[in-house]
Design a binder for this molecule. Structure first.
Ligand SMILES: Nc1ncnc2c1ncn2[C@@H]1O[C@H](COP(=O)(O)OP(=O)(O)OP(=O)(O)O)[C@@H](O)[C@H]1O
Ligand SMILES: Nc1ccn([C@H]2C[C@H](O)[C@@H](COP(=O)(O)O)O2)c(=O)n1
Length: 238
């Protein structure tokens, strides 16, 4: 009995304390790429909250819900079962047991997700889901989105707000799709940011205690190193 207690106490002394990292910012600033890499390097879980809002949007579109009608969206919001896998090397998302990782990235979902995610009933349900996932992450978690530092996890150990110029973000996004129109991509990003920043319920915003990192002239490797260093400093101080 005493051996077990001593072993547990020793493990508690040597294991780093669980750390909660919130990474927010507009579209294309590098949140997903950075969060996944930071989580993998530090042995933490990873949650892409944008994927959850995309998943519920995809379900609404598949189930004949008028996504311009907030009341219809609110009534249906609790119906889909969304499950997120939090391994940073292989994140997953399912809706009612079906793999949704591909379909949630279509242009149709991208153009409708801001309207669906602005509905307060949707945000309440998804926020609750996000908090429960973060609570279950034994070693800690990197959670990325738009309102993580302000609303979902206001007590996160460290909050990062990534930014980049619209030109840099559009160039990054265009680089992913062969033959895409840079100007149209830039306009679409700006439009989505405006909708996400302008909604009433937990808009895209920098938390007062977040560290802002402008990634315009940084490589992805430099951004990852910067965030790993910031998290390491917090862990050491815990
Ligand atoms: N610092 C950087 N320099 C160059 N390219 C980058 C940088 N950061 C990310 N990228 C690239 O930009 C693209 C968008 O990055 P990512 O998906 O991580 O952004 P995001 O902020 O999560 O966007 P969204 O909110 O739209 O999902 C990816 O192709 C990624 O490889
Ligand atoms: N915490 C979050 C995360 C995402 N959203 C909404 C707004 C975004 O335009 C959309 C898709 O996110 P992405 O996959 O581009 O990161 O989801 C939000 O409202 N709150």
């Amino acid at each position: 009995m005493s051996t077990t207690v001593e072993t547990v106490s020793a493990a508690a002394r040597t294991a780093p304390a669980a750390v909660i990292v919130a990474i927010d910012g507009p579209s294309g600033t590098g949140k997903s790429s950075t969060s996944k890499a930071v989580a993998a390097q530090l042995g933490l879980s990873y949650l892409d909250t944008g994927a959850q809002y995309r998943a519920i949007t995809w379900w609404m579109l598949n189930n004949g819900i008028d996504v311009q009608n907030p009341a219809e969206i609110a009534t249906a919001a609790a119906k889909p079962v969304i499950v997120s896998g939090t391994d940073p090397s292989a994140p997953t998302i399912t809706v009612d047991g079906e793999d949704a990782s591909g379909p949630i990235r279509t242009q149709e979902v991208t153009s409708k997700v801001s309207a669906v995610s602005a509905v307060p009933e949707v945000r309440a349900l998804i926020t609750e889901l996000q908090r429960s996932i973060a609570k279950e992450a034994e070693r800690g978690i990197v959670v990325e989105g738009r309102d993580i530092g302000t609303t979902v996890l206001p007590d996160a150990d460290i909050k990062i707000f990534l930014t980049a110029s619209p030109e840099a973000r559009a160039a990054r996004r265009s680089g992913e799709v062969k033959g895409s129109d840079l100007a149209a991509t830039r306009e679409a990003l700006i439009k989505r940011d405006a909708a996400d920043s302008g909604r009433k319920t937990s808009p895209l915003a920098k938390a007062g205690d977040a560290v802002e990192v402008d990634t315009t002239d940084l490589t992805l490797t430099q951004v990852i190193e910067c965030v790993v260093t910031l998290v390491g400093e917090k862990q050491a101080a815990k």
